[in-house]
Design a protein around this ligand. Structure first.
Ligand code: ATP
Length: 259
């Protein structure tokens, strides 16, 4: 059965400043992508970090029968993998070594060394970066580094995969390739994928559910066609925009002006 992640009465802040207050979301289920969108400083990264156990949170985050809020960072890491926006720069490892070490640190005791190496290489192939396997992380371009970071996240095969703007440094080919792959992984492995994106059309194309966050609260939540409307865009992003379908049926957002 597909896993379910339920968030109830979640409050998260830094020091005494509350960023997310009493947030409750209908359960997010595995098997598809959920996009988290919203304006700058809405709290998207803060929410992902709370789900990964990287910032203290009050309330409940339940993955099936497991309450995550009480777990240590290592306890979270058994279920959840988080790919941050900022990528590590100065690591003296090759892409293959970094991918393998990400897998080994997930400590899957059933996996042999040969099995782990095969899985790491297959992940690079699937992302189309097998040719970078022996290159040092510190000699990659920004986009290549982002793909290598994505490899480190997906190789662990987590139940919950949290991706914070994973396509921000990528050209259009690689953006599409990554989004297609992430959507395939969600379906194939029946995992929960929550992805922060600024590109609303991309979110609408690949996500089956979009949660719009505004000032730490849910401004809209539902299938793309229901969550992305001119009214929501005006209220949340302060833009005058049209939402139309292209000839292939995908939602497109045409922004006429900022208001
Ligand atoms: N480590 C921190 N300490 C204190 N305040 C923080 C910290 N990280 C984020 N904030 C604040 O929390 C608020 C939400 O930030 P967050 O990064 O979650 O927003 P976001 O929706 O991901 O934004 P963006 O789209 O700009 O990346 C902002 O006001 C930010 O200044």
């Amino acid at each position: 059965m597909a896993p379910r992640l339920a968030i109830e009465g979640l409050s998260v802040g830094y020091g005494r400043r509350r960023i997310i207050e009493d947030l409750t979301l209908p359960a997010i289920s595995g098997g598809g992508v959920t996009a988290l969108i919203g304006p700058n400083a809405a709290g998207k990264t803060t929410l992902l970090r709370a789900l990964a156990g990287l910032v203290p949170a009050r309330g409940s985050i339940r993955l099936d029968d497991t309450e995550l809020t009480g777990l240590s960072v290592a306890g979270h890491a058994r279920h959840v993998t988080y790919m941050p926006q900022a990528l590590p720069q100065r690591v003296a490892l090759t892409v293959f070594e970094a991918t393998l070490s990400a897998l080994m640190s997930a400590r899957d005791e059933t996996l042999s060394t040969a099995g782990a190496q095969a899985r790491a290489f297959a992940t690079l192939e699937r992302l189309g970066i097998a040719d970078l396997a022996l290159r040092g992380l510190d000699e990659l371009s920004g986009g290549q580094r982002q793909l290598a970071s994505l490899a480190q996240s997906i190789v662990r095969e987590p139940t919950v995969l949290l991706l914070d703007e994973p396509t921000s440094a990528l050209d259009i080919h690689h953006q599409m390739r990554v989004m297609q792959l992430v959507e395939e992984l969600a379906r194939e492995r029946s995992i929960i994928v929550i992805i922060v994106l600024h590109d609303i059309a991309q979110a609408a194309r690949y996500a089956r559910r979009i949660v719009v966050l505004e000032r730490g609260a849910v401004a809209a939540d539902g299938p793309p066609g229901a969550a992305i409307t001119p009214e929501t865009l005006a209220r949340v992003y302060r833009v005058e925009a049209r939402v139309e379908r292209c000839s292939q049926g995908f939602l497109q957002v045409i922004v006429d002006r900022a208001v």
